[in-house]
Design a protein around this ligand. Structure first.
Ligand code: SD4
Length: 291
């Protein structure tokens, strides 16, 4: 059981993202401000090829972004298949707060962004992404390599000092996906789910495998029935394995907390890790896995 506030996020870049989130809380921000600020840090990280406009492109050489945000009272917003937006998480938050809708996609999301004053970035690949794309085009083979090329989506879940929960998730999705492909990250209940009565969960890995089992929702519901966060994540991995073929080629990792501040994670294969921050410390922890 951890002290509150508590912030968790996926993968190594969760460490600086958690720092940004904790900083936001310390400067008087709410938990929703914190989970937005946290992943915005990752959206700007030029070394991360799975989040933000510097992420690896689709097969046509275009980078398209997915993001979602949710609070423990059931408010949520998301954007899918958006281009030219530096901070899709902030656009997802604007969908939540300023529209009667939960999800906007593609051109409509971009028009909404313009109307909200989001600057449109120039559509060009980062040097690292351009180099990787040129290399990929030599064979144009679509074979995601688990834990390597799709390593870095950030999902963040957090609880403030009063026990209010929120979460965020943002990604450029799978490298070399079909144009128009949308993953789990912007789908409420797949890549992210938060309920103040129970807890919160987020996912990373092959989005198709996670959507198939409503991963994050499943974990929160299992916790509602009394499972610990770790047991719930492990059960979701078992479910995922039973519903997906070629499991040796599929990586997925889940991360959860309950409202008491208990934390758990589980993955299909080794290699998944997460960062866990309180006001006192921010540490990287290796997740256990099925295989
Ligand atoms: C997706 N879940 O679009 C994302 C990719 C990911 O770490 O998580 N990468 O399928």
């Amino acid at each position: 059981i951890n002290s509150k506030p508590l912030i968790l996020s996926t993968w190594n870049h969760g460490l600086p993202a958690n720092d940004a989130a904790i900083q936001r809380l310390k400067s008087g921000g709410s938990i929703i401000d914190a989970v937005e600020a946290g992943v915005k840090d990752t959206e700007l990280d030029m070394d991360n090829l799975s989040v933000g406009l510097q992420g690896l492109p689709d097969r046509e050489g275009i980078t398209t972004l997915d993001a979602s945000i949710m609070t423990g009272d059931g408010s949520c917003g998301s954007v899918a298949f958006v281009r030219q937006i530096k901070h899709p998480i902030s656009l997802a938050r604007a969908v939540m707060e300023k529209t009667p809708h939960v999800m906007l996609a593609g051109e409509g999301a971009r028009q909404f962004a313009i109307s909200e004053g989001f600057p449109l970035e120039k559509e060009e690949l980062s040097p690292k992404a351009a180099e990787a794309y040129q290399e990929w085009k030599k064979t144009s083979q679509y074979k995601p390599i688990i834990n390597i090329e799709n390593h870095d989506t950030i999902g963040m879940i957090g609880m403030d000092a009063n026990g209010n929960l929120a979460g965020s998730c943002t990604t450029s999705g799978l490298a070399y996906k079909m144009h128009g492909r949308v993953g789990d990250s912007p789908i409420i209940g797949a890549g992210l789910f938060v309920d103040n009565e129970v807890g919160a969960a987020t996912a990373t890995g092959l989005g198709e495998s996670i959507i198939r089992i409503c991963g994050a929702f499943l974990i929160v519901e299992l916790m509602r029935q009394g499972r610990s966060p770790r047991e719930a994540c492990e059960e979701a991995v078992r479910r995922l394995i039973s519903k997906n073929k070629n499991i040796k080629d599929i990586q997925a990792g889940f991360l959860a907390m309950n409202k008491d501040g208990e934390v758990g994670a589980f993955a299909v294969h080794p290699g998944f890790n997460y960062a866990q921050a309180t006001l006192q410390e921010n540490v990287l922890i290796d997740s256990k896995s099925h295989f």
